[in-house]
Structures are given as C-alpha cells and as structure tokens.
Design a protein. Structure first.
Length: 337
C-alpha cells in the first residue's frame, strides 16, 4: 500500500492535514520531533478519525532516520510541514531558523532523490511576497523583499525546489503559499497550541476571551486601511488541510511539474473586524488597547486564490464565524484540561 510521508505531523497544520487525509482513506507515515507540538496529538488524531498513523519520533535533519523511514515504508509522496514559524524568533535566531527550515529540506530532498520518490507538497507562506505590490496577490506577483529570516527561509526553499525541478523534470512539486491559517478542528481536540504567550492574532484573542490574558494589544491603527488596522486573509485551518488532498490528487495525476498556489479566502479582514467577529460568534468580550505598530508588519495582505480553484477545484468554504467559534472552542477545551 502506498503511503504519504508527513513531516511535522503533530504540528498545527500537519495534524489537521493528517485528519483530512486519514478520513479520505490515505495511509500516513508521520515524523515529528515535538519541538513545537505534543505527543498527545497522535492520540487525538486517532480519536477523531479512528485511524492510526505509523509514527516516528525524530528530526528531519537526521538523515539516517529518514533513510530508515523510506526503507521501511512504501512512500509515494511527501508533505513537508516541519518548520519553525515564529517571525520574531527568526530575527534573533537566524542560524537555527536556516538550519531547521532550509538544511532539513535539503536532507529530505536528498533522501527522496536516493529513493526515487519525486513527489512533494511543500508548505510555503504568503510572507514570500514581502510587501505586496498590489492586492489581491496572485501567484505571479513579485516575491522577495522578505523582512525576516522565517520569510527568507521559505523563499530560499522555493528557489531550491525550482532549481531542483529545472535539473530533473521527473519531479512533481506543489508549493502552497498559506495566508493566515486560524481556527481549529471542530471536535476541539486539535488546534494551535503556542508555547507561552502567543505571537499571532487569533490565539491571542482566544486567550483574552478565556481571561488567560488581560487584553489584546492592537498593533497600530494608523495604516492606510479602512479602519487603520492591519488587514489579512484569514483561512480556516481545515480548509487549508483539505487543499492538500486536492494537491495530492493533482500530483498523482500529473507526470511532472512544479505548481504554485495561494491558499486564502480572498477576503481581507482588519484586526478590529476580527475582534468584533470573535465577540459576536462567541458572545464574549475581547478588551483591547491600541498600541504602536509592530516592526515588520505590512498594512494589507490578501490572496487571489482563483488559480487553486481553477486547477485544483479547491475553494475555502468555512466562514469567519466558523473560524472564530472553532478557535474559541479549542482554547476553552485546552484551558479546562
Ligand atoms: N496583531 C495585533 N496584535 C497581536 C497580534 C497580531 O494587532 O497581538 C495584528 C498584526 O499587527 C497583523 C494581524 O494582527 O496586522 C495579523 O498578525 P499575525 O501575527 O496573526 O499574522 P501575520 O500576518 O503577521 O503573520 C502570519 C504568520 C506568518 C506568515 C504570515 C503570512 O504568523 O508565519 O502570516 O502572511 F508568514
């Protein structure tokens, strides 16, 4: 039986994708080093799907371990979710970020090549567009001008994948550029579990609502946007996960190719929109204070995802209300445990 190898299978996006793939009948071999995830996620995936992942604990930089995994399993495709993702940390720890996000991919690619497995879905980010020239952002928009090592690491890997494809047209590579994934699985069993104080908006709002944090700092209300706060394209993590099934179907169908898709909803919401949507969806209050801009933030970023709709027959279907309800449900569950 052919299997999909998922790196970072217990992380935020990896775990949701495992659930969707298992539900769709795929078999999974998973790898995680728990650097930003918990072993209990494996149990929770099993609880949701009734199915098990063949799991290996370890690091993607461990070439011997990757060799062992590819020798022991008949893998036909890889989805790579294993990466550090904190923009702020990446500025203070560039070496760690480039090792974890770039060197590890090179290790993976070399083992894939040795085993003649040339089918890969890679998790990239809207951050590769830097400050967008225009919105909505299409895949043809200029990339580069990234403002932190996290974003640059994604840009570097995209270039490596392009070079790899150029060198050997047998590869089938799908690069997904995620916009702002939020929300959680409807079961409330898996979701985003940041270590310590969250850096991203939605986990922060959720923890203010559960009173674990006192108030939200809104980073700037003087941007050139409708209410002065930053606008982003928030997408439900389950919609994002489902895109990977469409990506797998596409790669299974194609002989070769390198495909790049934006994954967003095409809707931009401001920070104040998000606060109000969260309050309305969950009947809670989210106190906030307007503070200074966060260095490195851009005013506005949202996707044109029509290419994914046309070529993959994928479209985000879950609403902002779903995102807010599911995020809160997960945060409440987690607090109660
Ligand atoms: N924001 C606040 N207060 C907070 C946190 C965020 O006002 O406490 C604002 C930000 O200024 C921004 C918006 O909420 O306007 C969204 O911020 P996030 O930190 O949630 O997300 P970013 O858009 O900064 O970054 C995210 C991911 C990156 C990814 C990028 C792609 O964190 O990994 O989207 O666009 F690269």
């Amino acid at each position: 039986m052919k299997k999909i190898f998922i790196t970072g299978c217990c992380g935020y996006i990896g775990s949701h994708t495992c659930v969707e793939l298992l539900d769709a009948g795929y078999e999974i071999v998973g790898l995680d080093n728990f650097s930003n995830s918990k072993p209990s996620v494996l149990e929770r995936i099993k609880k949701i799907t009734g199915k098990e992942i063949k799991f290996y604990e370890g690091d993607m930089l461990d070439k011997n371990l990757l060799e062992k995994i590819f020798n022991e399993n008949e893998i036909n495709m890889v989805m790579d979710f294993a990466a550090f993702k904190s923009v702020g940390d990446s500025v203070s720890k560039p070496i760690e970020y480039y090792i974890d996000n770039v060197s590890s991919v090179l290790t993976l690619l070399s083992v894939m090549k040795e085993h003649n497995i040339k089918s890969l879905i890679f998790s990239s980010s809207a951050t590769v567009y830097g400050t967008p020239e225009f919105v909505p952002i299409t895949e043809e928009s200029k990339t580069g001008g990234t403002t932190n090592p996290y974003g640059t690491s994604k840009l570097f890997v995209e270039q490596i994948l392009k070079d790899l494809y150029k060198s050997d047209n047998d590869w089938k590579i799908c690069i997904f550029r995620y916009f702002n994934p939020i929300g959680a699985h409807q079961s409330g069993l898996i979701g985003e579990e940041p270590n310590g104080k969250p850096a991203n908006l939605m986990p922060y709002i959720s923890m203010v609502a559960t009173k674990e944090l006192e108030y939200l700092s809104v980073f700037g209300d003087d941007y050139d946007t409708k209410d002065g706060t930053g606008i982003r394209d928030y997408i439900h993590v389950v919609d994002l996960a489902r895109a990977h099934i469409k990506g797998a179907e596409k790669l299974n169908k194609e002989k070769s190719g390198l495909f790049i898709y934006n994954l967003g909803t095409g809707e931009g919401y401001s920070v104040l929109d998000m606060i109000h949507a969260f309050e309305n969806a969950n009947h809670v209050s989210v106190p906030y204070k307007i503070e200074a801009r966060r260095p490195g933030d851009i005013a506005e970023c949202f996707a044109d995802s029509s290419k994914a709709e046309k070529e993959l027959n994928w479209k985000a279907t879950l609403t902002l209300e779903d995102m807010c309800k599911d995020a809160y449900n997960f945060t409440k569950n987690r607090k109660e445990k």
